[in-house]
Design a protein around this ligand. Structure first.
Ligand code: GP9
Ligand code: MN
Length: 407
């Protein structure tokens, strides 16, 4: 019942942070173009393979954007769909299964719904079957106006590989739709080519594979490089169409692409042994926020996908004080929440906890944390609160307009 919400509400309200005064509302009325970069980990940014840049376009683009280099994915078994869930709800995905499948009928206070109240048109673009990850159902609960899925794209043998339509074609075909939808809009583009097992046509290889003991890792660099090229073509089109200056562009990696199975090969790439601490670090994904007229800046504030919703709302000048979310605005001067992984690992500015051991976040050295158990408890509490909301469908009992619990 609604009683279960009282404690949770007290908790989330106590965690909430005020916006950054300089940036609050800076993007008011602008479109939001959000690009989900499939399986893109942060380690590829500003790095080379065989002497060549892996992401030449993004490396330039981050210079004129806010680039968060200390930002983590927080997904579980629901992979891409979990990242979408985190983005829209600032709730944690579930420890087992994909919440997009198991709780698609719940009541949510989604980013999409809040944006719609503020006059935005909300669309998702993804050239896969609309039922994949149950998106067609979940997007209804989240309040999306339109889902451009496989049936909206012209997919042929020629223009597809691996999981489907190649990203360059995906962006190209999407542009016809983007030009038609009402403004201002929130448009989410979910890329696909950089997906395990990272297969690419020879002619789409802008760089050559790496040489290590893992073909998966070797190919990964080539598909990331292809994705970078696709994003470049899209941004160029946005400029040509006059959309660029009217839009905030947000890009983030949805989750890791290279699992722990490939640690040995990763060790060959980094020329060091991969420790459990490194495995946590490897969960960083790029977050890039381009705001027209703003200078570029690299921001090392610790954050994760749970923080996206309040961050985006504040940029648009929307402060939904009655919202229930676990994240904090990444630009808030007082942001202090830890990054919590679904399996209980966590990262603070000082401590990283994984595989039963505490590490110094700065040095990666194992450390003794006298009150360590309290930390672990607090993390588990937060995950549990989020789970309670989902399992109990508790937002049914909450009136987000008044901030009151419905008896
Ligand atoms: C499928 C795409 C990729 O539609 O989102 O799914 P993933 O395996 O990364 O979750
Ligand atoms: Mn994915």
């Amino acid at each position: 019942t609604g009683d279960d919400l009282v404690e949770i509400l007290n908790y989330t309200r106590s965690m909430d942070k005020e916006p950054n005064q300089d940036l609050f509302g800076i993007g008011k009325g602008k479109n939001i173009i959000l690009i989900s970069l499939e399986s893109t980990q942060n380690f590829v940014i500003n790095r080379t393979v065989n002497g060549q840049e892996i992401t030449p376009f993004l490396n330039d683009f981050i210079k004129e954007s806010y680039y968060f280099d200390n930002f983590y994915h927080q997904t579980g078994q629901g992979k891409t769909s979990d990242s979408e869930f985190l983005l829209d709800n600032s709730l944690y995905p579930l420890g087992r299964g994909a919440v997009f499948f198991t709780h698609a009928g719940n009541e949510y206070i989604s980013l999409a719904k809040i944006l719609k109240e503020n006059n935005y048109y909300v669309a998702s673009f993804h050239a896969n079957n609309k039922a994949f990850w149950n998106r067609n159902m979940m997007y209804q609960s989240l309040g999306y106006d339109r889902f451009y899925s496989l049936e909206d794209y012209d997919v042929t043998e020629e223009n597809s590989i691996g999981w489907g339509l190649k990203d360059i074609h995906f962006f190209k075909q999407s542009m016809d739709y983007l030009k038609e939808i009402p403004k201002p809009y929130f448009a989410k583009f979910i890329t696909l080519t950089n997906h395990h097992p990272f297969i690419l046509d020879e002619k789409d290889m802008y760089i050559q594979p790496f040489h290590s003991s893992s073909d998966i890792l070797n190919r990964y660099f080539t598909t990331v490089r292809y994705e970078d090229e696709a994003v470049k073509t899209f941004i160029e089109r946005l400029k040509e169409e006059g959309i660029y200056d009217d839009s905030i562009i947000i890009m983030y990696g949805d989750h890791y692409g290279i699992s722990e199975k490939h640690n040995e090969a990763l060790g060959e790439y980094f020329e060091k042994e991969i420790t459990p601490f490194d495995v946590v670090e490897l969960q960083k994904v790029p977050l890039i926020i381009h705001i027209p007229g703003q200078k570029g800046e690299t921001i090392s504030t610790l954050g994760g996908q749970i923080d996206l919703k309040p961050t985006i709302l504040h940029l648009l000048g929307i402060e939904k004080k009655t919202d229930i979310h676990f994240g904090q605005d990444l630009f808030s001067p007082n942001k202090d929440n830890p990054v919590i992984f679904r399996d209980g690992r966590f990262v603070t500015d000082k401590i990283t906890y994984t595989t039963g051991t505490f590490y110094d976040t700065k040095t990666g050295e194992p450390i003794d944390v006298p009150n360590g158990d309290q930390y672990i408890q607090k993390i588990l509490y937060e995950l549990n609160y989020s789970d309670q909301i989902i399992y109990g469908d508790l937002l049914r009992f909450y009136d987000v307009n008044t901030g009151r619990i419905i008896e």
